[in-house]
Design a protein around this ligand. Structure first.
Ligand code: IPM
Ligand code: MN
Length: 363
């Protein structure tokens, strides 16, 4: 298969983790005789410094014309520490999501056997967790009207959802539930928020179109608690933009490290694949960031193109790496392995997945 992949490394550890994902994709390309091409674009603080715009038109064109986008991370302390900055790297991320129409952000939460003991949650609670969190990505408080009023003495952010936006993401979630255990939980705050009541009402109206799906509702505060106490209760969760942002960072604790969590964003144009963690500026340039979330995002990219076996090879190689402690320090504090060592090992083992690596999986 020919794939033209737009690669946006972004800020902080972005370039380092993207490099490792690219290495692994090249190993897959070689093993299966595919033809992958990579075209690089600027986004975030890197783009502000070069062009003044955190999501330049050139990058937008690159993404539109690609078969998929692989993205690293955005964010820079120079801007975080300056609340008065007029242009912020994160605006590039939001513009990218909005312009590419990426309304559905898919964040799988699963466990890896070798990491069961590494989560602060007891292994018996998390063993076998398999949740798909679907986060609405182009609406809500992230995109609502905001500003300062009363001579700068007050600030406001508003959360707005149209019925059409809610229907679109709920249909997406019902369909994903049909492919799985057919249990959909809508997470909201309908006891307080009007937007949440619109979500609930819309879900109830759509439910008869999906009679096989068991639909339930949960308030977000309760969901935050249940996710840690009874994570196996969940199958597909769907929620609005900010609740999804917060719940998925929380859920990454089940997996063992935020650095392990991948995501896919789909919508009206090219789909985008990115780890859920941020730019982790303290680690930038140190070769210590965990590249696995990005490499697993690359696996989701391949899967979205029907390259299921290829994606499975990546997951197997990652499991093998975890088993023999080929990991960065977030997983094992005493590890001497850096970002590039982990990437090298996974890439080298893609070609061995059928032999040695699979053997070690069985043991
Ligand atoms: C994420 C990130 C972003 C978000 C930030 C960097 C704006 O935390 O992708 O989850 O809040 O959406
Ligand atoms: Mn986040």
């Amino acid at each position: 298969m020919n794939l033209n992949i737009a690669v946006l490394p972004g800020d902080g550890i972005g370039p380092e983790i993207i490099e490792e994902a690219k290495k692994v994709l090249l190993a897959v390309e070689k093993k299966y005789n595919h033809s992958f091409s990579f075209s690089f674009g600027l986004v975030g603080a890197a783009a502000i410094r070069a062009t003044g715009n955190p999501f330049p038109d050139e990058t937008f064109e690159l993404c539109k014309n690609a078969d998929a986008v692989l993205f690293g991370a955005i964010g820079d302390p120079e801007f975080d520490n300056n609340p008065k900055a007029k242009v912020r790297p994160e605006q590039g991320l939001l513009a990218m999501r909005k312009k590419l129409g990426l309304y559905a952000n898919i964040r799988p939460v699963t466990t890896f056997k070798p990491l069961l003991g590494k989560s602060p949650i007891k292994p018996e609670i998390i063993d076998g967790v398999d949740i798909l969190v679907i986060r609405e990505l182009t609406g809500g408080i992230y995109f609502g009207d905001r500003g300062r009023i009363d001579d700068d003495s007050s600030a406001y952010d508003t959360c707005t959802y149209s019925r059409a936006e809610v229907e679109r993401i709920l249909h997406y979630a019902f369909k994903e539930a049909l492919k799985r255990k057919k249990h959909l939980t809508v997470v909201d705050k309908a006891n307080v928020l009007e937007t949440s009541r619109l979500w609930r009402e819309t879900a109830q109206q759509l439910a008869p179109q999906y009679p096989e799906v068991t639909l339930d509702f949960m308030f977000v505060d309760n969901a935050a608690m249940q996710l840690i106490q009874y994570p196996k209760k969940f199958d597909v969760m769907v929620t609005e933009n900010m609740f999804g942002d917060i719940l998925t960072d929380e859920a990454s604790v089940i997996t063992g490290s935020l650095g392990m969590a991948p995501s896919a964003s789909a919508g009206e144009m090219t789909s985008l694949f990115e780890p859920i963690h941020g730019s982790y500026p303290q680690a930038a340039g140190k070769n210590i960031a965990n590249p696995m979330g990005t490499i697993l995002s690359a696996a989701m990219l391949l899967e979205s193109k029907g390259l299921v076996k290829e994606a499975q090879d990546i997951r197997t190689a990652i499991n093998c790496a975890l088993e023999i402690d080929v990991v960065t320090e977030d997983i094992k504090p005493s590890s001497k392995m850096g970002t590039s060592d982990v990437g090298d090992w996974i890439a080298a083992n893609i070609k061995l997945v059928d032999a040695r690596c699979l053997e070690s999986q069985k043991q």
